[in-house]
Ligand binder design. Structure first.
Ligand code: HEC
Ligand code: HEC
Ligand code: HEC
Ligand code: HEC
Ligand code: HEC
Ligand code: HEC
Ligand code: HEC
Ligand code: HEC
Ligand code: HEC
Ligand code: HEC
Length: 326
């Protein structure tokens, strides 16, 4: 009975798959015919034609990298066409009665409705590879983010990178409100202060690591700026070598030093307070936390708790540093 069932299912599935294949092929062929690229027989007309009707847009465009390179030092015919290098061949659009026809022009505004893949393909004609080697299939690609969601090549809004906003971080924060909020917390790296940006740790164009990290591991993201944590050290603290995020949040925390929990809880996630050792100290701190002892001196000691004695928490090079006390 069981065998029969699964056998039937197997056959049915096979038939179904075959049917879908045939239907798919027929559908594919007919829709390809129906949706033949309306720009297939369009011609490049050159930027003079465009400027006849688009002087206003050209005012700001003139100050961009593309305008300078394409006009002064074009490498090929596409670059020489300037506007059409991005917007596609314009012979059909550049006629008064056709100008509103959305099939006759590749545009990058939401209102115009050119499919995102088609928009991005225009840019990738010249910008595939390098930083964008992992763009295909990246989170931004699969979420249908357009190059023009972050870039606006029509004007120089940013000092570099032709971004939509004056800075990288502001560009990212148009969509990533949660991370923006995290960077407002008490402890954070100087991103809101403009001393570093989201792109110091992430590659928005795609990467081999989630979530779009710039390096192969979290720690490799951190080491370039925190070189003293890289080691190798004589005495390694295992969780440090494994992943900085065992103890730190990357974006922000209300605990000092970007810690993911307060002290000493941060240590006790992994080390149970044993009888005898730190016990004495720990009990005192617990008592203080309950408000039974106080005073500035007491608070200072308790605030650092385990690290009063275990001060080299990221590892030690001292011959006697096995317990991270020096
Ligand atoms: C005869 C005048 C004319 C010429 C020539 C012309 N355009 Fe346009 N273009 C228009 C008009 C009018 C619109 C606005 C259409 C609308 O919004 O309905 C427009 C809109 C556009 C848009 C904006 C689409 C959007 O997303 O809103 C782009 C991009 C554009 N043109 C590029 C070009 C390029 C590139 C050329 C040269 C190949 C060119 N145009 C030549 C008249 C012209
Ligand atoms: C490097 C690619 C590129 C080149 C070259 C380029 N454009 Fe654009 N254009 C874009 C993108 C991307 C947008 C969408 C900007 C946005 O997000 O609003 C755009 C938008 C436009 C718009 C819509 C209104 C606006 O300003 O946002 C017009 C009109 C236009 N371009 C015309 C032109 C003309 C005319 C030229 C040549 C003088 C030109 N473009 C050259 C990429 C390009
Ligand atoms: C015909 C080729 C071509 C196309 C199409 C093209 N670009 Fe470019 N782009 C260039 C060249 C050439 C440069 C100059 C720098 C260089 O040599 O890489 C450049 C530079 C840039 C820069 C760096 C600018 C700076 O000032 O730092 C950005 C960002 C950029 N392009 C984005 C885009 C986007 C987004 C699109 C699509 C809307 C696009 N490009 C379409 C050729 C192209
Ligand atoms: C999520 C935002 C985002 C998206 C989407 C995005 N970029 Fe960028 N891009 C950036 C940032 C940030 C920079 C760095 C700017 C700087 O250094 O000032 C950059 C830099 C660039 C540069 C100049 C540096 C280089 O790599 O040569 C080019 C060219 C470029 N992007 C092309 C593209 C193209 C093409 C696409 C679409 C396939 C795209 N970008 C999509 C954010 C984005
Ligand atoms: C137009 C909106 C938009 C902009 C602008 C934007 N992103 Fe995103 N980003 C998304 C969406 C949508 C996702 C996927 C859903 C999510 O995780 O929120 C995403 C996901 C991510 C992720 C998580 C990737 C993963 O694998 O889980 C990172 C990291 C990221 N973006 C970084 C950036 C950075 C850095 C910038 C600026 C250079 C930026 N984004 C700009 C829309 C945007
Ligand atoms: C100091 C490095 C660093 C900076 C700067 C940074 N990030 Fe991240 N980001 C990370 C790391 C590491 C993760 C992975 C977190 C994890 O795995 O739990 C991450 C995760 C993310 C995610 C995935 C969801 C999440 O929150 O875990 C998004 C989206 C993101 N970052 C966006 C941003 C944006 C936007 C900015 C700028 C405002 C930014 N990041 C700045 C290192 C950084
Ligand atoms: C582009 C450089 C850069 C990168 C990459 C970077 N940091 Fe930082 N980090 C800084 C700077 C700058 C400060 C602030 C130093 C100061 O104020 O003295 C800082 C401060 C810190 C602090 C102390 C925060 C405080 O409140 O005092 C911690 C913890 C930290 N980073 C962890 C990390 C971790 C974990 C990573 C990797 C996910 C990382 N950093 C990646 C530049 C960087
Ligand atoms: C086992 C938990 C733990 C791990 C894992 C960890 N840290 Fe820390 N980190 C701490 C504690 C606790 C402090 C606060 C030290 C203090 O106040 O004396 C700190 C402070 C820092 C500081 C600021 C003070 C200083 O020492 O420069 C930086 C920067 C830092 N960590 C970077 C990193 C980096 C980078 C990694 C990964 C290689 C990492 N941390 C992994 C617990 C950890
Ligand atoms: C994510 C888990 C984790 C966290 C959080 C953590 N540790 Fe550790 N710690 C370990 C591991 C694993 C070892 C290695 C134990 C071993 O080799 O037997 C270790 C070793 C140690 C040692 C040396 C012990 C020995 O036997 O060699 C000390 C001391 C220590 N940790 C103190 C701390 C302190 C203080 C904190 C808080 C700032 C802390 N740890 C946070 C996991 C953690
Ligand atoms: C008053 C100083 C002091 C404080 C505070 C302290 N320790 Fe220790 N700890 C020591 C000494 C001394 C040793 C070494 C014992 C030995 O070598 O046999 C040690 C050893 C350790 C070890 C190694 C394993 C063991 O039990 O011998 C771990 C893990 C450890 N401490 C974690 C912690 C944690 C977690 C805290 C905070 C809750 C803490 N310590 C607070 C002094 C202290």
């Amino acid at each position: 009975m069981k065998i029969e069932n699964s056998l039937t299912r197997f056959i049915l599935r096979g038939l179904f798959a075959a049917g879908v294949c045939v239907a798919g092929a027929v559908l594919g062929a007919s829709s390809a015919l129906a949706q033949a690229d309306p720009l297939a027989d369009a011609k490049y007309v050159g930027e003079k034609r465009c400027l006849g009707c688009h002087q206003v847009e050209n005012k700001h465009f003139g100050h961009t990298t593309h305008a300078k390179v394409f006009r002064q030092n074009p490498k090929n015919e596409t670059e020489k066409s300037v506007c059409e290098a991005c917007h596609g061949p314009g012979s059909k659009h550049a006629i008064d009665k056709n100008a509103g026809n959305k099939d006759f022009l590749i545009s990058f505004t939401k209102e115009w409705g050119t499919p995102v893949e088609k928009q991005n393909a225009q840019c990738l004609n010249c910008h595939s590879g390098d930083q964008r080697i992992h763009w295909p299939g990246s989170t931004h690609d699969t979420n249908k983010i357009a190059c023009s969601d972050c870039h606006n090549p029509m004007a120089r809004f940013s000092a570099s990178g032709l971004l939509k906003k004056p800075s990288i971080t502001e560009t990212c924060q148009t969509c990533h409100q949660q991370q923006r909020a995290e960077f407002q917390k008490r402890s954070h790296m100087p991103v809101p202060e403009g001393k570093m940006t989201c792109a110091d740790c992430h590659n928005p164009h795609g990467s081999v690591t989630r979530p779009l990290l710039k390096a192969d591991t979290v720690n490799e993201v951190c080491y370039p700026c925190h070189a003293e944590k890289r080691g190798p050290l004589l005495w390694e603290h295992a969780p440090v070598r494994e992943n900085c995020l065992n103890c730190h949040g990357p974006h922000g925390s209300n605990h000092d030093k970007l810690l993911v929990a307060s002290r000493p809880q941060i240590c006790q996630q992994c080390h149970s307070p044993s009888v005898g050792h730190p016990g004495t100290f720990y009990n005192a701190s617990a008592t203080a936390a309950a408000g039974q002892i106080g005073g500035a001196a007491g608070q200072r000691v308790i605030g650092r708790s385990c690290q009063n004695c275990h001060s080299t928490i990221h590892g030690s090079n001292h011959p006697a540093g096995a317990r991270f006390q020096r």
